[in-house]
Design a protein around this ligand. Structure first.
Ligand SMILES: [Zn+2]
Length: 501
């Protein structure tokens, strides 16, 4: 920390700096991160700033701090004019003053929505926009609005976990719901039926595809938005951080000309990301690739992607039968949910197609039991199934704030390493929403089924025998893979344990 003896009026505020501290923090601790300076940042403080609170600032910035003092009168003027993350609060205040703009002016006699300048600048539009923008800034996958008796809960899902944001007053809910329905082309006159739609949201020059789901509930409607970033989210194989050993097996799988390859794990474990990376790599083969998905989450040029639509009778099985008449080499089935789909997947994989799909099981060995439970005959399974990839997503430590510590004896035991090594722990800073984590990466277990595995399937063996075989063959287990990430400082032991238990 250094003090900076200049008049703050000679400095130019920087919007990206102003966004670092939440408004509540600014008001509570009387400090503002104002601009970049030298190799650090300028922090404006007033008379009420307590230097004991400096360490709280270090959670938000690791760089050098230059403290610049601002007189009380200037401070009031300054905070009034600065845009410190407070657009939303202003909009909420305004909302309470003229809250009926949309409901009165947005409907004409046919209940058709028309836009006018008044609506586009109305408080509810600012509230909705600012929440979606905040979600995008935090790289959230979902936004939830849940109305209760006196307020609307707002939550963002970031790296797989839900975080509460400041709630909205209950009075905003009806307009909020209308605004979102307008954006998603839904029927704003219907309040008691579930509705699904989508919208394109433009922000900082990029388009985001947002799925909207509306579900009636006790105090109104539960609104969930899923943000799909169509252009950025296709991860290349190299981004998925497979270990060297896993990568060797993945390369073999990508070279298969036929067979069934299943990716398994619970919901939200990144299964479809993995498959899309496979397909993207398989483009090199110049073959006919068709997918059937629900929903199509990432679009890949050069691949025909079919969206299933059960209401219109286009379920996985029906789509697949049609796809098979389109002469595909590689087929990707979003998910195997029923016997019919499982059968088609197995049969097409033994008739010269490479078939990728996902299955909702927790372990790699669970796949075999699951398919048998679906009544797939062992002889079909033996011929079809060629590889299983089991995976989970773990949160990566935030590189700006992670802390290096010497391992303790419990951790050394859990990781099966010596006690003189160092690992990293989460801390929390302004860049990672104070969670200590930022972004996620996969942990994997890749099994290619050879003659020994096929023998066990034919013999209808127990799961224990499969696990023994995996051990005997020294196949890298999912925890082994996670361990590597901990030892490389990519994630923490706590995170691996909580995800893998
Ligand atoms: Zn951090």
């Amino acid at each position: 920390m250094k003090s900076l003896n200049v008049n703050f009026k000679d400095l130019k505020s920087d919007q990206s700096c102003l966004k670092i501290l939440p408004l509540e923090f600014v008001n509570k601790y009387n400090c503002i991160i104002y601009c970049n300076y030298d190799n650090g940042k300028v922090v404006l403080v007033n008379d009420n700033f307590d230097y004991y609170n400096l360490n709280k600032l270090s959670f938000f910035i690791k760089e050098e701090l230059y403290i610049c003092y601002v007189h009380h009168e200037d401070w009031i003027e300054l905070t009034k004019n600065l845009k410190i993350n407070d657009d939303r609060n202003q909009a909420i205040n305004k909302f309470q003053i003229n809250s009926n703009i949309i409901s009165q002016s947005s409907l004409n006699e046919n209940n058709k929505v028309f836009y006018n300048a008044e609506i586009e600048s109305s408080p509810i539009v600012k509230i909705v926009d600012s929440i979606i923008e905040e979600a995008i800034n935090y790289k959230s996958s979902d936004i939830h609005f849940e109305p209760y008796e006196s307020y609307v809960k707002v939550r963002l899902r970031i790296d797989g976990k839900l975080f509460d944001k400041s709630p909205l007053p209950f009075e905003t809910f009806s307009e909020l719901s209308t605004r979102i329905k307008v954006l998603a082309n839904l029927d704003i006159t219907k309040k008691f039926i579930p509705q699904d739609g989508k919208m394109i949201f433009s922000y900082e020059g990029k388009d985001y595809d947002i799925r909207v789901s509306i579900l009636p509930c006790a105090y109104g409607e539960r609104i969930a938005l899923r943000i799909l970033d169509l252009h950025n989210n296709i991860l290349r194989l190299n981004d998925l951080n497979f270990s060297n050993k896993a990568m060797e097996n993945i390369n073999r799988i990508l070279g298969f000309s036929s067979g069934l390859v299943l990716v398994v794990g619970p919901t939200g474990s990144g299964k479809s990301t993995t498959l899309h990376a496979f397909l993207e790599k398989n483009l090199e083969r110049n073959e006919n690739i068709i997918t059937v998905e629900d929903p199509v989450e990432y679009t890949i040029e050069g691949i025909t992607q079919v969206q299933i639509n059960e209401e219109a009778g286009l379920d996985f099985a029906t789509c697949l039968r049609t796809i098979l008449r389109q002469d595909p080499n590689i087929i990707m089935i979003g998910e195997i949910r029923d016997l019919e789909t499982a059968k088609i997947a197995c049969r097409s994989s033994i008739t010269g197609h490479l078939v990728y799909s996902t299955l909702h099981t927790n372990t790699s060995v669970g796949v075999i039991n699951r398919l048998k439970d679906m009544n797939i005959e062992p002889y079909l399974l033996v011929d079809a199934l060629r590889a299983i990839i089991s995976q989970r997503l773990v949160r990566c430590l935030c590189n700006r704030c992670k802390k290096k510590v010497k391992i303790n004896s419990y951790e050394a035991k859990a990781l099966d390493v010596d006690e003189d090594i160092y690992i990293y722990k989460p801390v929390g800073c302004g860049y990672c929403n104070n969670t200590g984590y930022s972004g996620r990466c996969g942990v994997y277990e890749v099994i290619i089924l050879d003659e020994d595995f096929r023998k066990l399937i034919t013999e209808n063996s127990t799961s224990a025998k499969f696990w023994n075989l995996i051990k005997k063959k020294k196949i890298e287990r999912i925890f082994d893979n996670g361990k590597l990430l901990v030892l490389n400082g990519i994630t923490s032991l706590e995170e691996i344990q909580s995800v893998l238990n």
